[in-house]
Design a protein around this ligand. Sequence first.
Ligand SMILES: [Mg+2]
Length: 379
Amino acid sequence: MSVIKKVTCHVVSAPIERPFTSSRGWLYKTRGSCIVEIETQDGTVGWGECYGPSQVARSFIDTQFAPRIIGRDAFDVEVIWEDLYNRIKDYGAKGMAIAAMSGIDIALWDIIGKTCGKPVHKLIGGAFRDTVTAYATGLYFIDMDRLIEEAVEEALEYKHGGFSAIKMKIGLGSPKLDLARVEAVRKAIGDDIRLMVDANHCFTVPAAIRLGRELEKLDVEWFEEPISPEDLDGYVQVTQALDMAVAGGENEYTRWGFRDIVSRKAMDIIQPDICAAGGFSECRKIAALATAHGVECVPHAWGSVIGVAATLHFIAALPDQPPSFRPMPPLFEFEQCENPFRDQLAKEPIVLLNGSVPVPTKPGLGIEIDRSILKKYAV
Ligand SMILES: [Mg+2]
């Protein structure tokens, strides 16, 4: 038995030097997270992370979830998941309640791994690959007077830094400007770098289809969140209209949320976030659903090194989609905006090596947390 003794939420926030925005319109001036620490009676500590507003995640955990899991066996991770979900689903079958559960689930898998002396990917079926090809997420909007120039400069930095794939933000209120910006980036990085775009759901269906047809000419690999996530019929329309892949789902939750997307083939690629959609336990089920419907699963990632490590273990255990002589395995989203919790929270940071990121091999998530960073940025 690994009896759960204590659950602690560390809410952290750090100011950043160069605030940025996407089509969502709000300005990112800080990076933060709700980091979940779970300790067992034998002194094992597991770490998890919750996506989204961190104080809300802490409130769900402190008031609803922590009291229910104290005294239980960490190895009963899926029993605990079902219990917490059934506790909360009348009020929060989607959104922050599930993000809070995700942090707990990840921490429990970390404990199980540390107790067994095995990395998490070994516990969820084993690694199909030791390294995961990464794509750089960046090219947000920073200097409104240099939107095209700054995008080109940043894309070239990623190319020269070893990335073979880059995802850029679009949604500047003018499809012409979006197109000019993507064109400039494509021209600068050349044809050998894979390029994706992310609209953060700012377009209507006809605008998305029209822009998508132009983006296809620039060999854009996927169009992420072209339209609002609530409009599943609209996603079916956009996905059927375009040859390029349509991606989405970073704001969807649990197997029930993803069931309707994949069964209707509303997207070619779903992007559940481990720290939001339900942790390892639930994202494994979501990935299985996707496979059964011929939909790719390429997880979303936007967080600290804990979310990064969890995502790497999860991707390592995803089969090639589909298996072949020279498969095109799922990519890892390596977000590159300023974030001390990604770069400094682990004593050994997770870094890019020849365009890929090695899957951690030490027990559990395979990272060691530097508590001084939690202290320094505590809210
Ligand atoms: Mg996105």
